[in-house]
Ligand binder design. Structure first.
Ligand code: HEM
Length: 400
């Protein structure tokens, strides 16, 4: 007589990544996601998580099965009400995505980034000079001030509205997670910010000669509509600022905690780029990216139905011991390429050269002026559903 086969359900995720406790201990959440199974089900949120490097990479690359047009957060934006019109690039699939991607790739090309470098470096040097003399300062502020100045200037954003940019982008990322206390606080803080960004996206609101106006050049060339151009300007303001701020913060924290890494950077400021890259592997500022299945599929032996959400845990993948040696160590001598902090595949971060250049300018400026750096107090985490970083990062420095 044949025995009935036991029906095994999916592996269950036993932690809440978006609770205060979960957000306070991201490494524990990442480990639970990655080590429970290759693909785990969160009954609480009704989504799948995956945190193994190989599987995350597979999901990123298979854009036909794992779509972006239903949103890259927790919710299926085709079925729910959204706080804003979906992005034409991030929340889009081919063929629609391809045209906008081409425009943004040329707007953020190596040539453009190189042209901006000298001015960014000068501003980084001035900013570092203005803070390090105090001996103690908040490195979270330093990491915030720089990208929040240079990127909006390069885009052509009106200086008087700059205070709206972080609340706006905070809401953008909080909204990708559950509608919890962190989301509610972000909504309250961003009341005026959306109106400002909606105005700032317009052609006549952008300073002449900036990257924003360059996007409108594609309208004049007949390639995209006026409305599309506004949406692409918006991506600079939602995707490009706090991600870079938090990436630089993790680099500064890692360097303050690892004197050998700091000495190596101080002796050779050209290592700034490597120091940043390893910081992004060690702690990706944007730790989750969601996709929605276009059809029923099998992922690492788990059956997933059509229209289900799969959340890739980049922090988990970036410390997967199956892929990295001593993954919890911050080691600027390692080859960190292959980390997934910028994603990969057709949606892989189009602003990554810009982010690397900004971080290199700031870290190398510090390396040229500072002899030693250490933490001067407990870092205060910034609570966000969809980003990781710090509210405060007190450091103490001695000068060269
Ligand atoms: C350290 C800083 C940054 C991090 C960690 C980061 C992270 C990411 C990630 C993970 C993606 C992939 C999203 C997905 O697959 O759904 C992405 C896409 C994107 N990023 Fe970044 N980003 C950073 C900086 C920037 C900057 C500086 C800009 C603009 C100047 C930018 C603009 C974009 C845009 C427009 C996309 C969408 C690309 C597409 O869908 O084709 N990012 N970013």
């Amino acid at each position: 007589m044949s025995r009935p086969t036991a029906v095994r359900g999916p592996a269950i995720l036993g932690v809440d990544p978006f609770s205060r406790a979960g957000l306070s201990d991201p490494t524990a959440v990442d480990t639970a996601i990655r080590e429970t199974a290759a693909v785990v089900w969160s009954p609480q949120y009704g989504v799948w998580f995956t945190g193994r490097h190989e599987i995350v990479e597979q999901v990123f690359r298979d854009y036909e099965t794992f779509e972006s047009s239903a949103g890259t957060g927790l919710t299926n934006t085709k079925k729910s009400e959204n706080w804003r019109t979906p992005s034409v690039i991030l929340e889009n699939d081919p063929p629609g995505h391809t045209k906008y991607r081409r425009v943004m790739t040329s707007i953020l090309s190596q040539r453009v980034v190189r042209r901006l470098t000298e001015d960014f470096q000068r501003q980084a040097d001035d900013l570092v000079d203005s803070v390090v003399g105090a001996g103690e300062f908040d490195a979270a502020d330093l990491a915030e001030t720089f990208p929040l100045t240079v990127l909006p200037d390069a885009v052509g954003v009106a200086p008087e509205g700059r205070r709206h940019l972080l609340p706006y982008s905070n809401l953008n990322f909080q909204a990708m997670g559950p509608h919890n206390e962190f989301y509610d606080a972000a909504v309250a803080a961003a009341e005026e910010a959306s109106a400002f960004v909606n105005w700032q996206m317009r052609r006549d609101a952008l300073a002449p000669g900036g990257l924003g106006q360059t996007i409108y050049g594609y309208v004049d060339a007949g390639e995209i509509s006026e409305e599309d151009a506004g949406m692409l300007v918006r991506t600079f303001l939602s995707a490009g600022i706090d991600t870079t701020v938090f990436g630089i913060q993790f680099a500064l924290k890692a360097l303050a905690e690892n004197p050998d890494a700091w000495s190596a950077l101080r002796d050779d400021p050209a290592l700034a780029r490597k120091a940043f890259e390893e910081a992004l592997r060690w702690n990706p500022p944007s730790p989750y990216i969601g996709r929605t299945t276009a059809c029923a599929t099998d992922l690492a032996g788990t059956s997933i139905g059509e229209g289900e959400k799969v959340i890739m845990a980049l922090g988990a993948a970036n410390r997967d011991p199956r892929r990295w040696t001593d993954p919890d160590e911050y080691d600027i001598t390692r080859d960190a390429s292959g980390h997934l902090a910028f994603g990969t595949g057709i949606h892989g971060c189009v602003g990554q050269m810009m982010a690397r250049m900004e971080a290199s300018c700031l870290l190398s400026a510090l390396a040229r002026r500072v002899q030693t750096i250490e933490l001067a107090g407990e870092p205060v985490p910034f609570y966000s559903n969809w980003l990781r970083g710090f509210e405060a990062l007190p450091v103490r420095v001695t000068l060269r």
